[in-house]
Every structure is written in structure tokens, then in C-alpha cells.
Design a binder for this molecule. Structure first.
Ligand code: HEC
Length: 90
């Protein structure tokens, strides 16, 4: 992996931004641990697949699905968290 490049990209953006091609479950864990873990464990989502989690979280961020608190995530962060939660529920 090209760390120099990753660091440059990461400097301007938050978690997971280096992963443009595919969702990055490790970055998702970092984001979820920082911002969701006080209320959600990864195994809350037992049996959910990444695609449905991703669209659910997207709807929450867009305000279409009610949530306890407003959450703000980039599209990449949403994909990464969905990948992490879907993976860790298996
Ligand atoms: C302050 C507590 C809190 C935090 C922090 C929090 N949530 Fe939630 N979330 C809730 C509660 C409460 C529910 C409703 C649980 C239920 O219905 O069983 C919920 C439900 C959800 C649902 C399911 C919604 C549905 O209608 O099925 C998703 C997806 C979700 N949260 C994602 C997230 C993500 C992603 C984060 C982090 C960025 C996050 N939450 C952070 C409290 C929180």
C-alpha cells in the first residue's frame, strides 16, 4: 500500500476516504466506534446485509428514517459502516 498517498488523501478528509473503489470495513469500524458504539453494537445488525444497511443508514442521514439523534456521514462513511456491520454480524 502507498502510505504516503493514503496519508495525503486522508489529511483533507476523514475516515475511509482512501477507499474509493470498495467499501472499507476497517474504516467503517473506526467511524462506528467513534460515533455509533455508544448506542449500537455491531451484532445489533445480525443477518443484515451491507446493501440494506447502507440504504437504511442513507435514509437516516437524509432524514427519511427517524433516528434518536441526527447523524451526519459522507456516502463513503455510510458504505464503510455498512460493510463493517454486515461483516461482523456473520
Ligand atoms: C444516542 C444513541 C445513538 C447513537 C449515537 C446512534 N444511534 Fe442509531 N439508533 C438509536 C436508537 C435508539 C435506535 C432505534 C433502536 C430500535 O428501534 O431498536 C437507532 C436505530 C438505528 C438504525 C435502525 C433504524 C431503523 O429504522 O431500523 C440504524 C441503521 C442506526 N441507528 C444507525 C446508526 C449509525 C450509523 C450511527 C452512528 C453514525 C448511530 N446509529 C448512532 C440510537 C443511536
Amino acid at each position: 500500500m502507498a502510505w504516503g498517498c493514503k496519508a495525503l488523501v486522508g489529511a483533507g478528509l476523514l475516515f475511509g476516504s482512501a477507499s474509493i473503489v470498495a467499501a472499507d470495513a476497517d474504516a467503517g469500524r473506526a467511524t462506528a466506534t467513534a460515533r455509533c458504539i455508544q448506542c449500537h453494537e455491531a451484532d445489533d445488525w445480525d443477518g443484515e446485509d451491507a446493501a440494506s444497511l447502507e440504504s437504511l443508514i442513507r435514509d437516516i442521514v437524509a432524514g427519511k428514517v427517524k433516528h434518536r439523534q441526527k447523524i451526519e456521514l459522507s456516502a463513503a462513511e455510510i458504505a464503510n459502516i455498512a460493510a463493517y456491520w454486515a461483516q461482523s454480524s456473520k
